[in-house]
Ligand binder design. Structure first.
Ligand code: PLP
Length: 404
């Protein structure tokens, strides 16, 4: 009998995962290595307000804790608990959504996107996604083996979608389009005329609009955010939202989807969504009881969060204005700025160098599917002003040292 150990045969991951990238967390792994070596990293990479000086509102915590004390600790109904769904419906109707055909609660917007795309897309279908893009959508499409077709966000037009380009990307296999409004990574809020033109494209080609409005309540200036579903009650729209951002509870993993549109047209699709909702049992049960508190309770905490974010946004835009080699469309919402850098190297090399030499962690634009030759970085402006200013000074110094 041979005593040699059998040769290791690797268990390979699916080839479908080859295109999956999540630069935001991938870079964090590098930063964690550095932190283990004793380096203090300034993290301007992850959009989690609770990591900074923002706290989950006590009335939401109390609503969730009370639900646990009240015994809501078993499985919930698959679409979600009734009082939470009714609170979402009342809020949506108040915002002007009509023809609501289904509301369902999920483990964050992330699970809602997974379920809604899986329920819609078949092997030959394709979906329009923005470039730059929050990478969740591409990751799910890769997992499903579905082709994505990127449409351009136009930096020269305040990062609004390039409508002609979007229309030109539609073919006979296109089933839907993704809209992130307010936008991650650009901080843009889309105008009524842009939204009307997008609705018209969807109407003409019978597309489902997936509108990710998770930053809806974090608009920093006076203009308002318009949910596209309110402009197109006849078009199939899935409006996505949740507690992660404006409600300052990302770790709770609570989100939801609202399907609106013509009842007869969307019925089979809604049935598909509910089939998948049942197959995964339910979302977090007791935490769903925080939804009525979030949508109907006091919102002073939100005004306070917006006030802080506005000051921090202004700090980043002022820095971008005065720093050679940087230009930035001022973000109007959320907590992201997406400045363009005038640098020789590619943006990923820049970001890794910045991390190693200045201990500042940002994410490169190409990590958001922003194609070359552009060189952008995404800056999360959640940190306190002193920390943010320190990080911005270091980025400026790094740029200066590399200037020709
Ligand atoms: N959609 C966008 C545009 C995001 O920026 C994020 C998180 O950063 C998510 C969805 C994830 O939302 P959730 O935490 O509800 O899964």
């Amino acid at each position: 009998m041979s005593s040699a150990l059998p040769q290791v045969r690797e268990i390979l991951a699916s080839v479908r995962l080859d295109p999956v990238r999540y630069a935001i967390r991938d870079l964090a792994v590098l930063a964690e290595d550095m932190a283990r070596q004793g380096k203090e990293i300034l993290p301007l990479n992850i959009g989690d307000p609770v990591l900074f000086d923002f706290c989950t509102p006590p009335h939401l915590i109390e609503a969730a804790a009370q639900a646990m004390r009240d015994g809501h600790n078993g499985y919930a109904p698959s679409p979600g608990v009734g009082v939470a769904i009714e609170a979402i419906r009342a809020n949506a109707e108040e915002e002007g959504l009509r023809n609501i055909q289904s509301i369902f609660i999920t483990e964050g917007v992330s699970e809602a996107v997974d379920i809604c795309l899986t329920a819609l897309l078949g092997p030959d279908d394709n979906l329009l996604t923005p470039s730059p893009e929050y990478p969740l959508y591409s990751a799910i499409l890769a997992k499903l083996g579905i082709q994505k077709k990127s449409y351009r966000l136009d930096e020269a037009n305040n990062w609004e979608p390039d409508i002609e380009h979007m229309a030109s990307r539609v073919n006979k296999n296109t089933r839907g389009l993704v809209l992130i409004n307010p936008n991650n990574p650009t901080g843009a809020v889309y105008s009524r005329s842009t939204l009307e033109r997008i609705a018209e494209i969807a109407r003409r080609h019978n597309l489902v609009i997936f509108t990710d409005e998770i930053y809806e309540k974090l608009v920093l200036d006076s203009e308002s955010h318009i949910p596209i579903a309110t402009l197109a009650p006849d078009v199939a729209v899935v409006t996505l939202n949740g507690l992660s951002k404006a409600c300052l509870a990302p770790g709770w993993r609570v989100g939801w989807g609202i399907v609106s549109g013509d009842a007869a047209a969307v019925r089979p699709y809604v049935e598909g969504i509910h089939k998948l909702l049942r197959a995964r049992l339910c979302a977090n049960h007791p935490l769903q009881y925080a939804i009525p508190a979030a949508l109907q309770g006091p919102d002073e905490y939100l005004h306070e969060a917006v006030r802080k974010l506005r000051t921090r946004r202004d700090l980043v835009t002022a820095w971008a204005k005065k720093t050679p080699g940087v230009s930035c469309v001022p973000p109007k919402a959320a907590f992201y700025a997406f400045p363009r850098l005038d640098i020789e190297e590619d943006d990923e090399t820049f970001v890794k160098g910045l991390l190693k030499e200045k201990n500042v962690l940002v994410v490169h634009g190409s990590g958001f599917d922003q194609p070359p030759p552009y060189r952008h970085i995404r800056i999360v402006f959640l940190p306190r002003e002193d920390i943010l200013q320190d990080a911005l000074n270091r980025i400026a110094a790094y740029l200066r040292e590399r200037a020709p």
